[in-house]
Structures are given as C-alpha cells and as structure tokens.
Design a protein around this ligand. Sequence first.
Ligand code: GLY
Length: 410
Amino acid sequence: MKKSIIAAAAASCFLAGACCQTESMEELTERVFARASEQLALLDSNLDEAGFSEELALCPRYVDHEGNLVTSNIWWWCSGFYPGSLWLVYEYTGDEGVKALAEKHTEVLDSIRFRTNDHDVGFQLDCSYGNGYRLTGNPEYKAVLCDGAHSLATRFNPAVGCTRSWDPAPDHIAAWKFPVIIDNMMNMELLLSASELCGDESLRAVAESHAMTVMKNHFREDGSSFHLVDYDPVSGEVLVRQTVQGFADWSSWTRGQAWGLYGFTMMYQYTGGRQYLDHAVKIAEYLIPRLPEDGIPYWDFDSDLIPDDLRDASAGAIMASALVQLSGFVRDEAGRAEKYLSVAERILRTLASDEYLAAPGEDCGFILKHSVGNKPGGVEVDVPLTYSDYYFLEALLRYRALSSSPRSER
Ligand code: GLY
C-alpha cells in the first residue's frame, strides 16, 4: 500500500535542475547524499583550517553573509547536528572515511554527558552519540547516553511537571522563573531512548510528564503553540506565555510548530500513547494548510510581511522528517498517510532543488541554504544551519525506509 502512496506522491512531477525527466525520490536521495558527502568533508577541512583539535573542539554554526564559516564551542545547542549528519551519511553510504569523521566530531562532545545547566543535552547527544550507538553498538557511546539522560533529568521539577529549558543567563531578555520552550520536546527523545537502553523507567516518566504538561499549557485550541511558558517553580502555576524567536507572543513561530509536530510524533513512537498521536495529528492539520505551494514555510506563520518574508528551510526539513514518520503511524485513518507523505515529498523536492541545495564546494560545506535561526534577535537570518542539514538527511532516510519496508512491517 505504501508503494502506491509513494507512487501517487511522485506523480506531482518535478524537474530536477536542467534535467527534463521526473527524478524519482530514490534518485533524488542518491543525488543529495552524494552532495552531502562532499559538503560535509569540506566542512571538516574548514574546521581543521579554523583550528579544530581535540583540545579545542570547534563546531560549525552558520555561514555569515560574507561567506565566512562561523563556529561555536561544544556547549552551543547545535553541537550534535554536524556529527549527526555525518552518521546519517555513513548510514546511507557505508563509507568508512565518513564514519571516521563522525567519530571525530562525536567524541569531542563527551563532556556534555555531565551537563546539568541546560536542556539541550538531548539534541547534542542524541544526534551524535545516539546515531553513533545505533549504527555501531559502541558500548562507550551507550554510557555517554545514559549519563546524559540522567543529567537532563535533574532539570525536572515535579511541581511544574516539566524539565526546565534555560537557566538564568546574562543574554536572556527576561527574568523567567522556570522557562519551558516548545523546542524542549525534542530533548525528551534522549530520556525515552535512554530509559530503554539503560533500563531506567524514571527517565520515561519524566518525559511523559513533560509532554503531557506541554500539551496542556503550550497549545492553543487550533493546534498552534506558544514558544515559551514560564512557571512558578514552587506552585507549578503558569506565569506567562510568550515568544522569544517568533514574530509575536500570539503568533505561531514556525520552527516551534515543527518541534511540536516532531516531538509528539516521537512521543507516540516510543510510548504508543494515543494522546500523543492525536496531538501530532492536530498539529499537522494546523500547519499543512499554512504551507506555501512549494512546501517551505515562512519563518513565522503569522509574520506581517508574508508573502515577502523569509522562508525557513530548517522548519521545512524538521516538518518533512516528522510527517514521513507520522504517515507511518496513521495508516488506518482515511487519506492522512497519503497526505502527510505527499506534503513531506513536496518539501523534500523543494529542498533538493538549486534554490535550497548548496552547490558543490559552496556555503563552506553546509548542505542547505536559507534558514532562519532567530529573526527578532537578528542572528542567523537567511543562512545555512546545521540542523536544517540534519533533519533533511533524516527525512530522506525515513522516506526511503518507508518506501522499502514490506507492508506487514509498517
Ligand atoms: N532553540 C532551538 C531553536 O532555535 O529552534
């Protein structure tokens, strides 16, 4: 059945580059992974040139508008995405050289396992060590994941029912008491996977409590979400709902909707809880009608500059990956699987076009152009970003897995 869904989706004919034949998704995936292999190797050379060493780990962050590679240290929330992309390319190609690069850029993140002052331990370790462990079974990687999950779980407050996102820091614009951002749903995957890996049910309980609280307090009736909810850490009462990276407190910051969609789909994947699946569907039904024709969303669904505003490739890539996954979970429900897969395909085909895919040797070795990190903050606006690359590759691998698995296994 899924084959026919894929075939139907492919009927939305697309011309790749100058070629005059419709490119199959298989061919597109092959083309993108060949490009990704070259680009990520270039990024490694650029990092070496910038001074990367085991003592001074540098992580790619973005490319500025003058074409310079901007790096971060390992504590920046995105440090796991580049090694994660390398693991995904290794998964697709089996290239031992890429595996060596993936190990090099994963293992410099080791000290994150004991980090307790931020929530993004999940993003950082899951994409790097999580993929590494999945693909190699390296027991040292498993130990890092278990430590990291326990570090993250220290941020849980039972009165609130959530793990805290940010600690007070000089660059945070408000004196929040216990801020929780929608993005944090993504970090729950480390708790759920480590709960199974390390045999600790309490990690799963933390993730479930967090997800149920976010479902209750972050979401509006229409399925859109606030970016940040601040809580009283003693009473657990909601103090304020607002945005940080979106257009307005009342608006739908697009990547936040993407994190929610992915997060609740992932919660269903690990727990089988029907409430998570229903919620993911509600988010999908909210955002799909708001996508432009080519599938790549504006950076905020409610920006006042639409249709002249910036698109955000990162949100598109995250949505595509989540929608492919979700399409595999709603197969009994009339038309939804087909719809979600075809929207994902539309997004992926646009991202694989010259408009978004970096040309060979360009963009310092990133894969995708045109993402928006933080428009209100004036940071990372219309640039290549590591998480766009990671979720783009993940979405293509998920799409391939779905189209090649026998129906009985779906
Ligand atoms: N904090 C993650 C993001 O910018 O989406």
